[in-house]
Design a protein around this ligand. Structure first.
Ligand code: G6P
Length: 614
């Protein structure tokens, strides 16, 4: 969702803010803005478009001041335009505010404020909040920090905010509820605030993650003070960031997405590092070791997630059922949270989230927790809200994922789920010793096999060129490859805007087959394994209707080669590990089609990387 960055210190704030906004642009990119305090003047510049448009709007001279804040927006209330862009200013003109989240009761507050003489310029819920703070400050005669606190008491919804007051130029006020905020503490008494650590890491490694309901005041003289909405003083917990700056750069690739696809041999290896020990013949996941018995004894596992993480969860379903013989249900977090789900103390919930901030996943966790279930998290972003609220779990260690379409996070999530299933399967005895050793040896070879798949890129580019103008595409797979078909279709629609559907191959005859004609590319995952022959029959059904087959096959396959229009060969592997290989050509094909269609691959229209609103 929206990206927030702020700075208070002795350096020029503008370059810090613009650079920070560029790093955060993956969170939202429909408009952006900056507020700067300069000699008693609160200067706000904002406009529709990308951060580069904001820079052009401000001009090469930049903006002056050593305190300021910036925002990049993903529209919720009101279209993306100059007026709805943040920061928003109060009626008095003294206050400026940036916000990520949704103020749910904004309409009622707005009406009340209008009766009190406030006028509004934008369609946003955010503007209501800045007027409310302003109103409280003046009517109660309190300072800005207290006015923010009192205003937040009457707010329903999710927010991460930063507020500046022209009358108190030496401080910044920040607060959060259900939307992340990180505070960086610099070496020279300077402070940074951001939605995530990416704009901070180049300045300092010392950070404080604000907790829900906390309000931070950063003051040039008194430093950082934190209290909560109930006015209780909190001691900030300073921790060291593990992130490295190089991980946030494109490293010679044209796009972050391409870089992240190519990083997968390394990121999968990193997900296994210290967990898979082939020599000793063991799998140990430190973050869940102490709760291992819960998993071993689980009568049922519930996997929760959204988007690509939900697809990884579906692969998890096949893994846990086959290797650990535990029934699994995979739920969209957004559906789960609004039912009255049957979940209790005997259930184990695994919540999967790359960002660790997805609002629906967070709410689903809270619900399952309130019903007594044991919760494990699988997150990529260290220190994220879901990682902190789940307590037990495993990081995927894929490194920062900046491209909005998830790639290396998916394979890392599947890797962690594989390790979990293997660990439980071994402990439960649902896989015998020789199977276990065969499996872990094969898993250990997966990063090298992913590297081999990446070498097929020129051929994949050739295929992309043939199908780049398709209006629709179908993705088919069975068993472990069904979730991969869903993920392949999602990748294509996300970044190339071609309508695509993923289906279990056998279900095609119950509907999608009606769509097939000579213009329809059908991507089929037809690797050797349990359902190979069945998938071959499904390919015949497509061919009989003149559909174009692009098949992902096991190296050396001649049967499918004889039927398909194109085959992309991947190395042979065991069924449970096929998703880690077969998804890679699908990621690459989507990437190249999107590039050929002139789409903005890293920042596809209407999407955001971290969805902190429901
Ligand atoms: C957004 C992203 C997707 C992601 C989904 C879930 O829609 O664009 O790539 O899969 O959110 O995000 P999470 O961070 O919870 O995995």
């Amino acid at each position: 969702m929206c990206g927030i960055v702020a700075y208070l210190g002795d350096k020029d704030a503008y370059p810090i803010l613009i650079n920070g906004l560029r790093r955060l642009e993956y969170r939202g990119y429909d408009s952006s803005g900056v507020a700067m305090m300069d000699g008693g003047v609160l200067n706000i510049q904002k406009c529709q478009g990308k951060v580069s448009d904001l820079e052009a709007h401000v001009g090469s001279q930049g903006m002056k001041g050593t305190a300021g804040m910036g925002h990049t927006r993903w529209a919720t209330h009101g279209p993306p335009n100059d007026i709805n862009a943040h920061p928003h200013r109060s009626t008095s003109g003294d206050l400026a505010l940036i916000h990520n989240g949704i103020i749910e009761n904004y309409a009622a507050i707005k009406e009340e404020l209008m009766h009190r003489g406030h006028t509004f310029k934008s369609d946003t819920d955010t503007e209501v909040l800045v007027h409310l703070i302003d109103d409280i400050q003046r009517s109660e005669g309190v300072d800005i920090a207290e006015a923010v606190r009192l205003a937040l008491v009457s707010v329903v919804g999710a927010y991460a905010i930063v507020v500046m007051d022209r009358k108190e130029p030496d401080l910044l006020v920040a607060a959060r509820k259900s939307s992340p905020l990180v505070i960086g503490i610099g070496d020279h008494g300077d402070h940074f605030v951001a939605s995530d650590a990416t704009p901070i890491v180049e300045h300092t490694k010392n950070v404080v993650y604000l907790e829900d309901g906390e309000i931070a005041v950063m003051d040039r003289v008194n430093g950082l003070k934190v209290r909560n909405i109930k006015n209780q003083v909190k001691t900030p917990f300073i921790q060291e960031l593990e992130m490295h700056l190089e991980a946030l750069e494109k490293g010679g690739y044209d796009h972050f997405m391409l870089k992240e696809i190519h990083e997968q041999p390394r990121s999968i290896r990193d997900s296994m590092r210290g967990r898979l020990n082939v020599t000793k013949g063991e799998v140990v996941l430190g973050g869940i070791k102490d709760h291992e018995q819960k998993l071993v004894n689980a009568k049922r596992i519930l996997i929760l997630g959204c988007g690509t993480s939900w697809h990884a969860g579906l692969v998890g379903e096949y893994l846990f059922e086959e290797l650990a013989r535990i029934p699994v249900e995979v739920e969209y977090a957004s559906e789960f949270r609004y039912r009255n789900p049957i979940v209790g103390e005997d259930d184990v919930v695994i919540a999967i989230s790359q960002s660790g901030e997805t609002a629906d996943t967070m709410a689903a966790i809270e619900l399952a927790k309130s019903k007594g279930a044991t919760i494990f998290g699988i997150c990529n972003v260290v220190g994220s809200s879901i990682a902190r609220v789940t307590g037990a779990g495993s990081y995927t260690h894929a490194g920062p994922e900046i491209g909005v379409a998830s790639t290396k996070a998916f394979t890392a999530q599947v890797t962690v789920l594989t390790l979990m299933a293997l660990m439980i399967g071994q402990r439960k005895g649902t896989i015998n010793s020789s199977q276990f050793h065969r499996l872990i040896h094969e898993l250990d070879s997966i990063p090298d096999k992913v590297q081999q798949v990446l070498l097929k890129e020129p051929q994949i580019q050739y295929i992309a060129d043939i199908y780049k103008d398709a209006g629709n595409a179908l993705y088919l797979g069975r068993g472990y490859s069904f979730p991969v078909a869903l993920e392949g279709a999602l990748k294509l629609k996300e970044i190339s805007y071609i309508h695509a559907e993923g289906y279990p191959a056998a279900e095609m005859k119950h509907g999608p087959i009606a769509l097939i004609d000579e213009a329809m590319p059908v991507f089929v995952i037809a690797t050797k394994g349990a359902s190979y022959e069945k998938v071959v029959s499904n390919i015949q059904e497509v061919k009989a209707r003149k559909g174009k087959i692009i098949a992902i096959v096991t190296e050396g396959d001649q049967v499918v080669k004889g039927m398909a229009d194109h085959v992309i060969e991947i190395p042979d592997t065991l069924d449970p590990f096929v998703p880690l290989l077969s998804v890679v050509p699908l990621q690459l094909i989507s990437y190249h089609i999107a590039v050929m269609r002139g789409c903005n691959v890293d920042q596809p229209r209407n999407l955001a990387k971290s969805v902190t609103v429901e």
